[in-house]
Ligand binder design. Structure first.
Ligand SMILES: Cc1cc2nc3c(=O)[nH]c(=O)nc-3n(C[C@H](O)[C@H](O)[C@H](O)COP(=O)(O)O)c2cc1C
Length: 325
């Protein structure tokens, strides 16, 4: 029995987000209220193979292995990988199992052109036979439970064919980002699709967990969306921006500024410890999210955007004429 079957429903999980849910950000969230499941950023299975087996790059210097670092306090944790080649999925799944992850997730929803050109991400929706092979390869490679994150269709909702194909391979869980590929993130997520997805799941393979994703603002909102659509849990992504307390039930506006600035400083120091190092500019989206909604926010934001290290960022925060309580 995998950790998936032990979760109390409804459960609330962390969305995988490239350059967001790294080891530093996850530590910040873990301390303030852990999700029921942690997720890594997505990692290229082909990239892992080529850097480790062909280029013989040392793991300590490999940015892809960096994206698979996690702390002991972060369990259960799922590693998200992508590839259009079953043998690469098999390779990466074995590696993820050796690293001590609790599950492996396959990205079948990313709309990025560079990912799609490799036949990965959303492109998989157009190739259900290959998607099925990929799931089988992951399941055969280790004992880890395999999950899939995808969208409701490519140009239009196609749950009848697409979700059925996935369900027939019996992954432990499927996360549905409730938009099509074509919609990108330009229209609101449509949770009505989840009602249909649950009907299909109940008919085709009732053992598979269904997780809804898209525009969940906080836990209260997630609880309502799950109850209405009758899925098993919700995944929160952008709701974590500026609100690492979200899984503890806090709404984005419910935190004193002083706590937000302290969280941002802690994140910056954690970020600097990541090896091999990541570009400090990646923190800008967090600066935007934490430093907003108060008198002087725009000025402080502009100053913090100039910071090139955690010390500089902390100094700018300490010097800022903003309310401290
Ligand atoms: C900056 C950013 C990075 C993302 N990276 C990933 C990723 O690596 N893997 C993935 O499956 N989805 C990724 N997503 C999509 C999110 O996981 C999620 O599906 C999407 O943001 C909708 O959920 P939300 O409305 O709760 O944010 C990313 C989204 C954003 C905004």
């Amino acid at each position: 029995m995998s950790f998936w079957n032990k979760l109390k429903k409804p459960f609330f999980v962390m969305a995988p987000m490239a350059d967001v849910t790294d080891v530093a950000f996850r530590a910040l969230v873990a301390k303030r209220g852990a999700p029921d499941v942690f997720w890594t950023e997505f990692v290229s299975a082909d990239g892992l193979y080529h850097t480790r087996e062909i280029a013989k790059m040392k793991d300590a210097e490999n940015p892809l292995m960096r994206d698979l670092q996690f702390d002991k306090s972060e369990h259960p944790i799922v590693a998200q990988i992508f590839s259009s080649k079953p043998e690469m999925i098999s390779y990466a799944t074995k590696l993820v199992a050796e690293l001590g992850f609790d599950g492996v997730d396959i990205n079948m929803g990313c709309p990025d052109r560079a990912i799609e050109r490799q036949g990965c991400g959303s492109a998989m929706i157009k190739n259900p036979e290959l998607a099925r092979e990929i799931i089988r390869a992951a399941k055969g490679a280790s004992d880890l439970p395999v999950s899939v994150k995808t969208r409701v269709g490519y140009n239009k909702e196609s749950l009848d064919e697409w979700l059925t194909a996935l369900l027939e391979e019996s992954p432990a869980a499927i996360t549905l980002h409730l938009r099509t590929r074509k919609e990108m993130s330009l229209v609101p997520a449509d949770w009505e699709h989840m009602k249909k997805a649950v009907e299909i799941r109940n008919r085709v393979n009732p053992g598979v967990l269904l997780i809804g994703n898209g525009d969940v603002r906080d836990i209260e909102d997630g609880r309502a969306k799950v109850a209405e659509s009758r899925c098993d849990g919700a995944m929160l992504g952008r709701a974590m921006f500026g609100n690492p307390w979200v899984f503890a039930g806090r709404k984005s506006e419910g935190t004193p500024l002083v706590d937000k600035l302290a969280a941002l400083t802690e994140l910056a120091y954690g970020f600097e410890k990541i090896t091999p190092p990541k570009n400090f500019a990646i923190l800008k989206k967090h600066i935007k999210a934490f430093v907003t909604g108060f008198d002087g926010a725009a000025d402080l934001r502009a100053k913090l955007m100039q910071a090139e290290s955690a010390v500089e960022l902390e100094r700018a925060i300490l010097d800022a004429p903003v309310p401290r309580v």
